[in-house]
Unconditional design. Structure first.
Length: 466
């Protein structure tokens, strides 16, 4: 029976597993031929480091086997587990049966044994998970996703599924992808010459969701604490290292909660998932620390151990106005912060995660709760070093009349939000929630420069292959 490499690597020298028969399956990373025997390194993705397999030259058919054992070939190996005299690994397998399942032509295999640029690796997204970095990213994503469910489940939040196709623009930013079955050149028109959406699949304009929040609010208004974790889509034409057109978002929503509860939950959440990562993905994190971002592990430990800074938007603007640094975009009260400002605050000024609260109402979405000053809303963003915004959330406006005024002032149609307004009419409660950009979290946790390298198949302007 096959055992995963991660399990075998955990075997300690001197334990009773030594000398036992084992079987592994995986892909050959490297081959080292020597006179008496050859070593192959087999990786099955269960851990960063693969398993060293020794094939003695007396192995029957040795000379026919070796040419087929090239980087990229898939193999099944049976043999005995032995203590390894080499310093790099505690145990190795001495093979007595090696089967090449699928060969890989050595001359054309795109993953040669040298450092490839991440840009090149994006062009072979079907093979890049076989590299150390992308494999480690996948394991980190898995742990963070698993820990996300653990965190909310332990706190009694219900996991709900919100729709991917929607008719509403939650963020009101107009960055929507349309969903239609109409043919581009055969779009039916009304008598006024406008697109006749009545003839479209849903009978009205439909889009890919930018956020599951509005639907999560419905369920929080019945089940108290809920969360969604799904794909979201934004047609922002920003070619940056922190934006994707398709990304995953974790969105908790709590009834009977205010902006302070919201901040507490978000801080607890980030600490919890990073702590789980430090425990479970030690080897991967040390790899990122060594090759991608020096000091990463210590920085993550600091995030887990120290309180986040909490300041108001107004206070942060004052800091930025006095900053010795020259910003590309000038700051004054009322402007939306750019990532250079967010990064200055987290990276240089506070040197740790910062929660900014109470933003000017003009720059935030219609659903955020108006503060008593009539100028700001109970919004919060969490900013972290190197990334900037990683979490965006708020207390929601639960007062019907105030919400109606907010919709009107943002030129949004009351009729489109009739069900959202009814939640305020029937048993309204103070409630709050936030959205965590999952890929930004993975970027932060790994130190990876570009968001396109922390999602298996990135979708960005002009790119949708694989
Ligand atoms: O701040 P945002 O727009 O907030 C919302 O969508 C709220 N409805 C969430 C809520 O309260 N339930 O997005 C939330 C987070 C951001 O902080 C950022 O981390 C991430 O989503 N994000 C993106 N990540 C990758 N690519 C993009 N284009 C992103 N846009 C936002
Ligand atoms: Mg935001």
């Amino acid at each position: 029976m096959r055992t995963k490499v991660r399990v075998i690597r955990g075997v300690k020298p001197g334990s009773e597993e030594i000398g036992q028969e084992v079987e592994i399956k995986g892909w050959v990373r490297t081959v080292r031929e020597q006179k008496q025997f050859s070593f192959i390194d087999v990786n099955d993705g269960s851990s960063l480091t693969g398993m060293q397999v020794l094939i003695p030259s007396e192995y029957p058919g040795y000379n026919e086997l070796l040419p087929k054992l090239t980087a990229g070939a898939s193999v099944s190996v049976k043999g005995t587990l032995e203590e390894s005299p080499g310093g790099k690994q505690a145990v190795e397998i001495h093979a007595n049966h090696v089967e090449v399942i699928g060969t890989a032509d050595a001359a054309s295999y795109p993953l040669q044994k040298k450092r490839h640029t991440f840009e090149f690796l994006r062009s072979i997204a079907h093979l890049r998970p076989r590299t150390n970095t992308l494999g480690a990213v996948a394991r980190v994503r898995n742990t963070l996703a698993y820990a996300t469910h653990n965190f909310f489940q332990q706190k009694g939040f219900l996991y709900i599924q919100t729709p991917i196709i929607t008719a509403s623009d939650c963020e009101g930013a107009g960055e929507l992808f349309r969903v239609t079955t109409m043919e581009h050149d055969l779009v039916p028109k009304t008598d006024e010459g406008l697109v006749d959406y009545a003839q479209d699949f849903f009978g009205k304009p439909a889009y890919l969701t930018v956020s599951g929040q509005l639907n999560a609010e419905i369920y929080a208004s019945a089940l108290s604490d809920v969360y969604t974790f799904g794909p979201t889509f934004r047609a922002e034409n920003s070619n940056t290292s922190r934006h994707l057109a398709e990304f995953w978002m974790i969105e908790p929503e709590m009834a009977f909660a205010d902006i302070n509860d919201d901040q507490d939950l978000a801080e607890d959440y980030l600490k919890f998932v990073l702590k789980a990562l430090l425990e479970y993905n030690e080897e991967d994190l040390h790899f990122f620390d060594k090759f991608i971002s020096n000091g990463l592990v210590d920085r993550l430990k600091l995030v887990v151990d120290e309180n986040f800074e909490r300041v108001s938007y107004t206070y942060a603007v004052r800091i930025l106005e006095k900053a010795p640094k020259k910003f590309e975009y000038p700051v004054r009260w009322g402007v939306d912060l750019q990532s250079e400002h967010e990064r200055y605050l987290a990276e240089e000024y506070f040197k740790k995660p910062v929660i900014l609260v109470d933003y000017p109402k003009e720059i935030k979405a219609f659903y955020m709760r108006l503060n008593d000053d009539d100028k700001t809303v109970a919004a919060m963003d969490i900013l972290v070093p190197k990334i900037g915004e990683i979490v965006g959330g708020s207390q929601r406006e639960e007062r019907l009349s105030v919400l109606e005024e907010r919709l009107a002032s943002q030129n949004l149609n009351k009729e489109d939000y009739w069900w959202y307004l009814e939640l305020r009419k029937y048993g309204t409660v103070p409630h709050a929630g936030f959205g965590v950009g999952f890929e930004r979290l993975v970027q932060f946790a790994t130190g990876m420069e570009n968001i396109r390298d922390v999602i298996p198949f990135p979708r960005t302007p002009g790119k949708a292959e694989f």
